[in-house]
Every structure is written in structure tokens, then in C-alpha cells.
Design a protein around this ligand. Structure first.
Ligand SMILES: Cc1cc2nc3c(=O)[nH]c(=O)nc-3n(C[C@H](O)[C@H](O)[C@H](O)COP(=O)(O)OP(=O)(O)OC[C@H]3O[C@@H](n4cnc5c(N)ncnc54)[C@H](O)[C@@H]3O)c2cc1C
Ligand SMILES: NC(=O)c1ccc[n+]([C@@H]2O[C@H](COP(=O)([O-])OP(=O)(O)OC[C@H]3O[C@@H](n4cnc5c(N)ncnc54)[C@H](O)[C@@H]3O)[C@@H](O)[C@H]2O)c1
Length: 495
């Protein structure tokens, strides 16, 4: 790799999260670039001065969250097992500290794995907080003290995002997902969860599974804005059925800490009245914002977009032509595999002489509630709003086989959305056990522009729930597209 002997590095990356790590490893390993990666020192709970290799996903996002989801599922299995002849589930007791301690050990191990991945790829790791000085220079406030200046031909901004709390009085008494994953103990009283995105629903599901009384509050009639409406309703029904107290069309007003350590949470109910709940914990899952402050961005000329995310072109180049950006800080689609894709596309473009645009279409994702929701492509509402012509909707709602003996009163929902003139499957959605595992395979078919006829000609695996996706013959409705014909999802996940 040509370094021009002018700069110390071909690339300096800020942030060793999902996007920054993959981009840096690829640039070094595949394209021979001389790379340095700046990352904050490791801390289990993120702060302005702590982070760690692996980033949000590994340390305080996808991975610990999924471990907690696994942990929360046992009670449901013990309960369901009675229908299959197992007795005495009352002996099982849940111990939060065991789970949190084991999770911490695993995350510490993964952080070391990420450090090693970067080292093995030949990337220099610099521990500290980086900011831009000019378009080729960064200054790092080193974790060991003092500062170091790094010069680079190219700079990659991959510093991610951070949670935002609803701006109400007493918000300092609420926690975010950062703290939720490392709570020293679960509160004695009920838990209030505010918001209806991925994070609120996943934590509401986790604590409900662990036997806590959970009150979930959100502003709209249904949770998960941007997802298919029937799936949104099914998720809400399932959560209600499992004992989560749901308050739709409500707004947080204020929090007051009591002498006994509990919190009075005030909210405006559906009827417009002010009400309150006394609880032990409040979680705000009210969104995340890109980290764009105190980094010298404006001074160097890196522009922000209307969402206060870093403005990039289709190749992830910022408004300064040697500065690039990937992942949550660009808010295109804040998911780990998307940050990874953007990182690899950047490395190919910048160092591989292969201009590569990341493609934000037909990306499957899942909300790890119980049972989970998984989705790929357009919802029925998005298809209708964006396409022209006829759209066929196939829906199947059925009692999964396991529930016949377990007695659990919960249905599985599957939907397929088809563009009639081409017969292409443009959307697939599922709420039910194993939905994320199933949807990953469906996403491959959809990436290959599979038609409904090809789904129908696929032979199922029996007996599974997934076979329903290749046996849905009866269209439930045909709707008329009312859009301009722009066929795919826009970049952002939430509508
Ligand atoms: C609770 C939770 C659960 C999630 N679950 C899922 C999931 O199940 N599936 C999924 O696909 N996505 C999930 N996500 C989203 C996913 O974690 C993010 O999309 C992904 O981590 C983004 O990667 P990134 O590289 O853009 O940023 P990050 O992973 O956030 O990495 C950015 C890094 O930059 C560092 N940094 C910041 N500022 C500086 C600075 N000035 N100097 C040096 N370093 C700096 C930070 O310490 C951090 O390590 C979840 C997120 C959360 C919060
Ligand atoms: N399973 C996954 O893949 C997964 C899991 C967690 C997070 N993520 C990613 O992280 C991103 C952030 O997640 P999130 O759940 O924090 O954000 P989100 O944007 O998905 O949801 C935020 C929720 O908070 C509500 N809200 C915002 N401001 C509010 C206010 N002032 N008062 C009351 N409610 C308010 C919104 O209406 C919305 O329901 C997601 O978009 C997703 O891409 C993914």
C-alpha cells in the first residue's frame, strides 16, 4: 500500500466497534494498508471515557442482550414443560447476579478477542479518546495519560451512538440500556419501560421472563413503528398475554425519587389525565443519537445531516474527501451486520480500488422479544405506500405444534408480500419461535429476487413452523400500490 511517506498511517479509525473493527481489519489484512485504531479503554458500562474493542454490540448491545434473552426464556420452558409431563417447576429460582457475573466474564473475554483480532490483522491499537485536528491529523488523549498525534492519509469515523433519555424532569433517576445490562441487582418493585422500539421491547421481555412486574409505556397505538402492522399488533398481544402491562398512547411526564429509594413515575394516560406508578426502576429505551460532539468535526468541515448524523455519500465518504464514516454514527440503519457491511464496502472502495456501495435493501432484522419478530423487506404498509400496481398479501396465523400440549395460548404469525406483476416476494415477516433463524434463510432467497412461485415450488421440512412459508397458497387480500414505484426500503429502520 502506498503511504506516500507523508503520513504515519494509511488509515486511522476512530472506534473499534462493529464497523470500525471490520473496516480496519479488511484494510490491513486484505489491502495491505498501514492502520491504527483508536478506542476508549474497556468498561462494562459505557461513558464519555470508557468503551472498549468490540463496541456497543459486543459489550453493551446485541451480545449481552441476547445472553439475557436466553436467561429469561427458562421460566417459560419450565411452565410449558408441564404439558409434556414434567413436574415440580416450583424448585427453579432465578438469581440475577449469577447471570450478570457470568455475562461480564464472557464480555471481558470477547473484548480481548476483538483486541487480538485487530492485533493479528496488523492494526496498531491506540487506547484513548480521539478528536480531529485537521483533515489528516488526530489527537488522542491517551488512557495512560498525555496525548499523541497521529497523521493519516484517510480517516474513518466509526464512533457509534449513545442512548438518549426522554427530556423530562427527574430523568437522571432513569437508566438506559447501558446500565440495564450491568445492574448489580433487580429492583424489588415493578419496572417501568418507556419507548416502543427494539430496546424497550427486548428489555420488557427479558424482565417479564425473569418474573418481574413490567409496565411498558409508549406514545403510539402499537409498538415498533416502521414494522408491519399485523406483526406489531401480534407482538403487543403476546406481551400482554405474558403479563406485561401495556400502556399505549401515553407520555412520560416526570420522575420523583422517594426516600425509600423507589421512584414515582408520572405519565399522561390515553385519556389525557396525569397518573403515576410507584416502581423500583425506570428504563428509557427512547432512542440513540450519533456521537458527533467534541470531536472537531465541524472545525475540519465534516458536515452533519438533518438527523445530526454524519453526512456521507453512497460510498460512505463524508464532506471532506479523505474522511469516511460507517456504522451508527451515520444512522443509515443502526444494526451490527449493516455497520460491518459498510466497513467492508469502505475498505474495498478506499484501498481495494473497487468502488463499492453498501446496499441497504432486503436486510433482515429481528426484535428479540418472546416469541421473536423477524422481518425482511417491505411491510404491507410500506409496499402500499411506495409501489405502484397490485400487491398480494399472504397471511397465516396458527397455533404452533408445541402449544397444543403446553397449553400456551399464543399464535404464530407469518406474512408474505408479493409484487404481482413480477411475482417477486418483496416482504416476509414472522412473529413466532425461531423467527430470526428462519428469516436469515428467507433473506437469501429474497436477495436472489425469489418469486412466490419459487417459494411455492420449494418442498417444506415437516413438521416445522417454517414449512408454512412455502405452503401459503391462499392470498388473503390484494391491495393497490399508491406510491411512485420506488421498490425498496429506505435506509432508516424506524419510520
Ligand atoms: C441494547 C442494544 C442491543 C442491540 N442489539 C442488536 C441486535 O440484536 N442486533 C443488531 O444487529 N444490532 C443491535 N444493536 C445495535 C448495534 O449494537 C449497533 O448497530 C452497532 O454496535 C454499531 O456499530 P458501530 O461500529 O457503528 O458503533 P459501536 O459499536 O458503538 O462502536 C463505536 C466505538 O467507538 C468508540 N468511541 C466513541 N467515541 C470515541 C472517541 N472519541 N475516541 C475513540 N473511540 C471512540 C466507542 O467506545 C465504541 O466502542 C443493539 C444496540 C443496543 C444499544
Ligand atoms: N434486535 C436488534 O437488532 C436491535 C436491538 C436493539 C437496538 N437495535 C438498534 O438500536 C437502535 C436504537 O434502539 P431504540 O429502541 O433505542 O430506538 P428506536 O428509535 O427503535 O425506539 C425509540 C422509541 O422511543 C420512543 N421515544 C422517543 N422519544 C420519546 C419521548 N420523549 N417520550 C416517549 N417515548 C419516546 C419512540 O417513539 C420509539 O418508540 C434501533 O433503531 C436499532 O437499529 C437493534
Amino acid at each position: 500500500m502506498e503511504n506516500g511517506n507523508t503520513y504515519e498511517f494509511d488509515l486511522v479509525t476512530i472506534g473499534a466497534g462493529s464497523g470500525g473493527t471490520r473496516a480496519s481489519r479488511f484494510a490491513a489484512q486484505h489491502y495491505g494498508a498501514k492502520v491504527a485504531v483508536v478506542e476508549l479503554p474497556f468498561g462494562m458500562v459505557a461513558s464519555d471515557d470508557t468503551g472498549g474493542a468490540g463496541g456497543t454490540c459486543v459489550i453493551r448491545g446485541c451480545v449481552p442482550k441476547k445472553l439475557f434473552v436466553y436467561g429469561s426464556q427458562y421460566a417459560e420452558e419450565f411452565r410449558d414443560s408441564k404439558g409434556f409431563g414434567w413436574q415440580d417447576e416450583s424448585q427453579h429460582k432465578f438469581d440475577w447476579q449469577t447471570l450478570v457475573n457470568k455475562k461480564a466474564k464472557e464480555i471481558t473475554r470477547l473484548n480481548q478477542v476483538y483486541n487480538k483480532l485487530l492485533k493479528d490483522a496488523g492494526c496498531e491499537r491506540v487506547e484513548g479518546k480521539a478528536k480531529l485536528i485537521d483533515r489528516h491529523t488526530l489527537e488522542v488523549a491517551l488512557a495512560v495519560g498525555g496525548t499523541r498525534r497521529l497523521t493519516a492519509k484517510n480517516i474513518l469515523l466509526a464512533q457509534g451512538g449513545t442512548p438518549v433519555k426522554a427530556d423530562v424532569p427527574g430523568k437522571e433517576h432513569a437508566i438506559t440500556s447501558n446500565e440495564a445490562l450491568s445492574l448489580p441487582d433487580l429492583p424489588k418493585g415493578p419496572i417501568v419501560v418507556v419507548g416502543a422500539g427494539y430496546i424497550s421491547l427486548e428489555f420488557a421481555g427479558i424482565w417479564n421472563g425473569m418474573g418481574k412486574e413490567v409496565h411498558l409505556m409508549y406514545r403510539k397505538a402499537l409498538p415498533l413503528v416502521g414494522f408491519d402492522e399485523e406483526c406489531r399488533a401480534q407482538v403487543a398481544d403476546n406481551m400482554r398475554g405474558r403479563g406485561v402491562h401495556i400502556y399505549s398512547e401515553t407520555n412520560p411526564i416526570k420522575l420523583e425519587k422517594k426516600e425509600d429509594g423507589s421512584i414515582d413515575f408520572f405519565y399522561q394516560g390515553k385519556d389525557g389525565e396525569t397518573k403515576s406508578i410507584n416502581c423500583g426502576l425506570v428504563l428509557f429505551g427512547t432512542g440513540r443519537k450519533p456521537i458527533v460532539w467534541d470531536m472537531g468535526l465541524e472545525e475540519v468541515g465534516v458536515k452533519l445531516d438533518k438527523h445530526n448524523a454524519i453526512k456521507i455519500d453512497e460510498y460512505s465518504r463524508t464532506s471532506v474527501d479523505n474522511i469516511w464514516s460507517v456504522g451508527d454514527v451515520t444512522m443509515r440503519m443502526p444494526l451490527t451486520p449493516v455497520a460491518i457491511m459498510e466497513g467492508m464496502a469502505f475498505a474495498a472502495t478506499c484501498f481495494g480500488n473497487k468502488p463499492t456501495k453498501p446496499v441497504h435493501e432486503k436486510i433482515a432484522s429481528a426484535v428479540f422479544v418472546r416469541p421473536p419478530l423477524a422481518t425482511c423487506g417491505l411491510s404491507e404498509q410500506q409496499a402500499q405506500a411506495r409501489l405502484t400496481g397490485d400487491i398480494d398479501v399472504f397471511v397465516s396465523k396458527f397455533k404452533p405444534m408445541k402449544n397444543t400440549l403446553s397449553g400456551r395460548d399464543e399464535k404464530t404469525l407469518m406474512k408474505i408480500i408479493v409484487k404481482v406483476d413480477t411475482d417477486e416476494v418483496i416482504g416476509c415477516h414472522m412473529v413466532g419461535d425461531d423467527a430470526p433463524e428462519i428469516m436469515q434463510g428467507i433473506a437469501i432467497a429474497m436477495k436472489c429476487n425469489a418469486t412466490k412461485a419459487q417459494f411455492d415450488s420449494t418442498v417444506g421440512i415437516h413438521p416445522t413452523a417454517a414449512e408454512e412459508l412455502v405452503t401459503m397458497r391462499q392470498r388473503v387480500r390484494r391491495i393497490q400500490g399508491q406510491g411512485t414505484g420506488r421498490g425498496h426500503e429506505h435506509g432508516r429502520m424506524v419510520g
